[in-house]
Unconditional design. Structure first.
Length: 715
DNA sequence: CCCAATTTTGTTTTT
DNA sequence: CAAAATTGGG
């Protein structure tokens, strides 16, 4: 046991060897959080306090779960695969598969990802003849998921206004549709598990007496439902060991509640958090910058990271001419780092939104630098893959209307919009799935085409019963005509065909728990871990990803790009202080990814949906103490700009802007408007005659004004 | 019914 | 600048 514990600092040691009761570990960035978590599991098992089967460990990403398994396997001889280590969603899926009858689900139930869910909602709106103008599918989706994440079903909701009433009705209808089709969305996995456990006392008791030790990673990201689920499983007697960092809470937009950390202390009678404050990752200057940034936030649990490492290098700052210029700068620096012996794989370029990778990728291709983009459109989300998986879904469960609609006419087989509409009408009338309606269709041209499709799926199912997973996928690609369709298509089909081949490989490399259920398990895995599966992983390549995707990772050198008001912090967060604080935590996460060297970059002009924008530099750059910075760009000095006053951009006149013809106006200028009064120009877009200015009015707030119509004059 | 061309629309982050 | 939705000629 001494082996496990050597090298831990006193705080880490205290956390690892915490007695068999609940605890909250407040673990700063780079403080050895994952190590503490895995070492504790190993220690508990090695000291005989619990068997591997008595441990429940929950993470947020599949990557984190895998890492925990790998590290644990290296520490102690134990079959980590059989342990309950996984994401909330993965574990709930496992639970529901085991208890599908109690959950009222078919054994073959499938999981809808976000896009599938949205398609299902669109279809629902159409079938109920609800205007998607008034009820945007996106809004309905948010309503449903928001409520599910709070543990609330439609039948317990009520409202006085007609609009909300309709939303509740849609929520109920959506759940009914999913139930009919045998599918569950992400939030449903959790809610359904929770309901099964809370209704079935015997079952709950079984799991409670089994999981004596429950460990949760990234606890700050749990939502209400997840916390309720944990409380249910922990009961009174089990030890809930939660590790988290309120400063790294960046998922409030999907229901995460940092407040769960305080609730945990109260609900489980924990005296106070154990703090891990020594940082082993970053050089001093980087840490100082991070601490200075996060200090601007209110209501923190509070902690101050420190390091024994020296100051290290200054933080490099570059204010580029344009997004293209910024990308070129990054390429040049990366090449220089490479010449100095840095590994590309240890260098990351981070950005706020996925769309920003475009300009970067363009420059990287020109510079002939190998790179790897994480996130974005992931393998299992590509259209050709989703088409193929839809056939696979139909083999497993033909009542999956989503899947059927997706491929019933792909490739084209004479089943057009009219036929599909007829099918939908029939299914609604008879209260059966589209598949059943298709099976029952009579005679005629349309019915003949439908019959052929039904035959195709039936034959695929029959023939696949003797085949393994990879053979099944291969068969379906051939027999459905999907492969032939992409082969016939001349351009851009090459990559798609390669992806389809890769899908066969993925199937061949998939090892199900229960071989009988290989198809069902494979489909679940595809929904739950849509990404990760990307080719050319081995190569030494520059790492590109969003800041969100970078959480939990670390790199020798980090570029935080696109540091502009409106982008980072994102403009959607401007109106709400909570949102702005979340953006700042995001910046904190970005900065603390770096071990040795940190670059902050911004651009003075950026293309956004086809138009140029001229944003100002992000307030977050100004929140980094100036003495830590080393400015690389010639044009701008990193002088602090206050963002707290009403007319913030006046005390520092911006540099003259290239190619920004704003009809005599400039960013930072004070203006008056006949109706809105006094304001400050903070952003602009367009060019030539079509120029729009973003103005912060003292009385009326933020407005976009079109210079062709707005009566604006200099103040 | 099919396909291509055109218009419209929209954009944060993700399990 | 894309993807998605819509239209119109075969």
């Amino acid at each position: 046991m001494s082996d496990l514990l050597t090298g831990l600092n006193p705080e880490q040691l205290s956390a690892v060897t915490w007695p068999a009761k609940s605890a909250l570990v407040l673990a700063g960035a780079g403080s050895g959080k994952t190590r503490v978590l895995t070492t504790r599991i190993a220690w508990l098992i090695q000291t005989g306090q619990v068997s591997p089967a008595g441990v429940l460990a929950v993470t947020f990403t599949n990557k984190a779960a895998r890492e925990m398994q790998t590290r644990l396997g290296a520490m102690i001889p134990v079959n980590v695969k059989s342990m309950w280590i996984g994401t909330f969603h993965g574990l709930c899926n496992r639970f529901l598969r085991a208890h599908y009858r109690d959950a009222g689900l078919p054994s073959t139930f499938q999981i809808l990802d976000s896009a599938d869910q949205q398609a299902a909602i669109k279809r629902l709106l159409k079938s109920l003849d609800v205007s998607d103008e008034k009820f945007p599918p996106r809004a309905v989706q948010n309503f449903i998921n928001g409520n599910k994440e709070s543990g609330v079903r439609a039948d317990t909701l009520s409202a006085h206004d007609a609009y909300t009433k309709k939303l509740i009705e849609l929520y109920a209808a959506y759940d009914a549709q999913c139930q009919r089709e045998g599918v569950v969305d992400f939030a449903e996995l959790l809610l359904r598990s929770y309901e099964v456990l809370s209704r079935n006392a015997a079952l709950a008791e079984h799991y409670k007496s089994r999981f004596r030790f429950i460990l949760v990673d990234e606890f700050q990201d749990t939502n209400r439902l997840q916390y309720a689920w944990l409380k249910l499983l922990a009961g009174r007697d089990n030890a809930l060991f939660a590790v988290g960092d309120d400063d790294q809470s960046i998922y409030a937009f999907r229901g995460a509640e940092v407040g769960n950390m305080r609730s945990l202390l109260a609900d489980f009678g924990i005296d106070g958090p154990v703090r891990l404050e020594q940082n082993y990752r970053s050089a001093g200057n980087i840490l100082t910058a991070a601490n200075a940034l996060i200090e601007k936030n209110d209501g923190r649990l509070g902690k101050n990271l420190w390091t024994e490492a020296g100051e290290g290098e200054p933080i490099r700052l570059y204010d580029a001419y344009s997004d293209g210029d910024e990308a070129e700068f990054i390429c040049d620096e990366v090449k220089a780092l490479q010449r100095d012996g840095w590994n590309l794989a240890d260098i990351a370029v981070l950005y706020r939104s996925n769309a920003q990778s475009r300009a970067l990728e363009h420059a990287l291709v020109n510079a002939k630098l190998p790179y790897r983009v994480y996130g974005g459109l992931r393998f299992f989300e590509r259209q050709e893959i989703k088409h193929a998986l839809a056939y696979l879904r139909l083999i497993a469960n033909p009542d999956d209307d989503n899947a059927l609609l997706r491929v019933i006419n792909i490739p084209a087989r004479g089943i057009g919009a009219r036929t599909v509409e007829g099918l939908q009408a029939a299914s609604r009338e008879q209260g059966v799935s589209l598949w059943q309606a298709a099976c029952a269709s009579g005679s005629g041209r349309a019915a003949a085409s439908l019959g052929k499709f039904v035959l195709l799926i039936d034959q695929l199912r029959a023939r696949s019963s003797n085949l393994n997973l990879a053979e099944t996928v291969s068969l379906l690609l051939d027999d459905s005509g999907l492969k032939a369709m992409y082969e016939a298509d001349k351009k851009e089909s090459e990559e798609r065909l390669a992806n389809l081949d890769e899908l066969i490989n993925a199937a061949a490399g998939f090892f199900p728990q229960d071989p009988e259920q290989a198809v069902v398990e494979f489909l679940s895995a595809a929904s739950l871990e849509a990404g990760e599966h990307q080719a050319e992983a081995g190569q030494d390549a520059l790492q590109l990803m969003t800041v969100h995707a970078a959480k939990g990772l670390e790199f020798d050198a980090v570029f935080v790009s696109g540091l502009e008001e409106g982008l980072f912090p994102h403009e959607n967060s401007f109106n709400d202080p909570k949102g702005l604080e979340e953006e700042r935590r995001l910046m904190y996460v970005a900065v603390t990814r770096a071990r040795k060297r940190l670059y902050l970059s911004s651009a003075q002009s950026r293309m956004l949906h086809g138009l140029s924008r001229y944003p100002i530099r992000s307030r977050f750059v100004d929140e980094v103490p100036g003495q830590l910075l080393h400015v690389l760009s010639a044009t701008v000095k990193p002088l602090p700009v206050s963002h707290n006053t009403r007319a913030p951009w006046l005390d520092q006149p911006p540099p003259s802007r290239p190619s920004a013809n704003l009809k005599g106006f400039a960013i930072g200028q004070s203006v008056t408007h006949a109706k809105f009064g006094l304001g400050v120009v903070i952003d602009a877009e367009g060019g030539g005659d079509d120029v729009r200015l973003h103005i912060n009015f003292a009385e009326h707030g933020l407005k976009w004004l079109d210079l062709r119509y707005a009566k604006l004059s200099a103040a």
